[in-house]
Design a protein around this ligand. Structure first.
Ligand code: GLC
Ligand code: CA
Length: 546
């Protein structure tokens, strides 16, 4: 039975295995590569690793299309390698969570292959329907990766639903067999020593009806499958049958989640959820349009989520987002800005999720990707769509690059060696960024003022200070350039004060009259008592004194 809630005090580090460390020189990261970096992660202070998918896959979505849930992608290693990773991590008190992708499988999964026989029990593992009329899909839903959400199978004269690419057919969660299969997969990994799961697009698995959706410019049909009652029921079942019986954690990728549904997910369904409001702060209408004025929303969403749920999953980066410093920081102040974001990430109330490379201040690729350099399949249809809508080549490329997930998937920068120490092979699957000689693990480990050294100090401080982990959260009202909050625990008060902007900002009286001792700052020798203003991106963690 579940007793400990280790994840509450833990720090999660997300690894995108393809881009983390390559052990055999094929230009692709792998599991032995991860094993070789466990000491580094231990030194950083990480207690939980989230592995993006490591299962066999045809790579239509780089692992988010799984063709076998109980095995390992041969590009990444073997099941024995995975066991060794679990054991070696365990020796360092690090737990591993895996990615659970069960909204869909790969079209190369044996279930899907078998489903093309109408008489097979697997036919009902997926969502097949007759078209409205010949050549017309069963409804008007659109896919996350562009175009209609249905693919026609001539041999069946039926269409199957795919909310992502056509190589990712959606599972039919109305079929109790699907639940049984997934429970068996969960037990398989939990029994092997896995500590839990990050549950991919878990708030859309249950399609309540297949009626036409209301017209929208993006994702038609959502009102029929996003966060439906049946979705909550499935998650309650999984929790009761499986998760509640292990010492484990779950975090849901719940895009567009609202407070009410989040509270339901957090009550006997999942341990944490990722909210999408904060990462939408610099987006306008569609993810391809960037908003310059993001600070107010950024702060407001974080504060509001702290109020609305008891425990957050705090993140600014993952494998689907551009790098945070490329979105929120003026490049002139790259280091200060990265440390400012780190300060928030590690002191907001919740479990922090660090994405590989964030701790060394990795940035987006130094220039927009050209079309022939794209790897993420999303880029291709988006580019095609924009061109079809009449946008020029340059403009289309700019829009695509505003959300291009390849930016976050560049190889991890380990050292000054060729290919940044990621691989012995210079032909890496995505290019190494051109700043790797100034931003890498080796060089930053040796520099006490580096972003990495700041992360280490910050993590050490957090671990030694219960107020920063379990303490309550209370924001104070300020202009949108400033983000200020208290963390209170057992009479201990910590005050976190950061400047979100690249300018000097005068502090309001209520703050400039405070006194306290600085526990950590991104400016050397920074003081706090009677402080009049903050320098660009200045961040302070303060112990208040009377
Ligand atoms: C999630 C994953 C993303 C993937 C999609 C489909 O959003 O984070 O990388 O493309 O689900 O599985
Ligand atoms: Ca490799």
């Amino acid at each position: 039975m579940k007793q400990t809630k280790r994840y509450l005090d833990g720090i999660v580090y997300q690894i995108y295995p393809r881009s983390f460390a390559d052990s055999n020189g094929d230009g692709i990261g792998d599991i032995p590569g991860i094993v070789s970096k466990l000491d580094y992660l231990k030194g950083l202070g990480v207690s939980i690793i989230w592995l993006s998918p490591v299962y066999p896959t045809p790579n239509a979505d780089f692992g988010y299309d799984i063709s076998d849930y109980c095995s390992i992608n041969p590009e990444f290693g073997t099941l024995e390698d995975m066991d060794r990773l679990i054991a070696e991590a365990g020796r360092r008190s690090i737990k591993i969570i895996m990615d659970l992708v069960v909204n869909h499988t790969s079209d190369e999964h044996p279930w899907f292959k078998a489903s093309k026989d109408k008489d097979s029990p697997y036919h009902d593992y997926y969502i097949y329907r007759k078209g409205k009329k010949p050549g017309v899909p069963p409804n008007n839903w659109t896919s996350n990766f562009g175009g209609p959400a249905w693919e026609y199978v001539p041999s069946l004269d039926e269409w199957y639903l795919h909310l992502f690419s056509k190589k990712q057919p959606d599972l039919n969660w109305h079929n109790p067999k699907v639940l049984e299969e997934v429970e068996a997969i969960l037990r398989f990994w939990l029994d092997r020593g896995i500590y839990g799961f990050r549950c991919d697009v878990i708030n859309q698995i249950y399609k309540e009806s297949l009626d036409d959706g209301k017209w929208k410019p993006w994702l038609i049909g959502q009102e029929h499958y996003l966060m439906k009652e049946g979705n909550h029921e499935i998650l309650r079942r999984l929790h009761e049958d499986v998760f509640s019986r292990y010492d484990c954690m779950t975090v849901g990728e719940t895009y567009d989640v609202d407070y009410a549904n989040a509270r339901r997910f957090l009550d006997g369904e999942l341990d944490m959820v990722f909210q999408f409001d904060t990462m939408g702060a610099d987006k306008r209408l569609l993810p391809i349009f960037v908003r310059k004025h993001w600070k107010k929303r950024f702060k407001k969403t974080l504060v509001e989520w702290e109020k609305q749920v008891d425990w957050n999953a705090v993140y600014f980066e993952n494998h689907d987002q551009k790098r945070s410093i490329s979105r929120f920081v003026n490049p002139r102040y790259r280091d200060l800005g990265a440390k400012m974001l780190a300060t928030l990430l590690l002191t907001l109330r919740g479990t922090p999720f660090i994405y590989q490379g964030e701790e060394i201040g990795m940035a987006d690729f130094h220039r927009p990707f050209k079309k022939k350099e794209f790897k993420d399949p999303v880029n291709f249809w988006l580019y095609g769509l924009l061109r079809k809508l009449g946008f020029g080549e340059k403009r289309s490329l700019r829009y695509v690059n505003n959300m291009n997930r390849d930016h976050a998937r560049l190889p991890m920068q380990w050292s000054n060696s060729p290919a940044a120490g990621f691989s012995s092979n210079q032909a890496t699957w995505l290019p190494v960024n051109d700043d790797y000689k100034s931003y890498n693990v080796k060089i930053e480990s040796e520099d006490p003022n580096s972003i990495l050294s700041y992360y280490k100090k910050l993590i050490a401080l957090r671990k030694s200070d219960p107020a920063l982990v379990r303490g309550s959260f209370e924001a104070i009202d300020t202009s949108s350039d400033i983000f200020a909050y208290y963390r209170l625990n057992d009479g201990n008060i910590r005050f976190v004060l950061v400047n979100l902007s690249d300018r000097r900002v005068v502090l309001p009286r209520s703050i400039s009259e405070m006194r306290g001792k600085v526990l950590l700052s991104n400016y050397e020798g920074a003081g706090f008592t009677f402080k009049k203003f903050l320098r660009p991106y200045e961040s302070l963690i303060v112990e208040l004194t009377a």
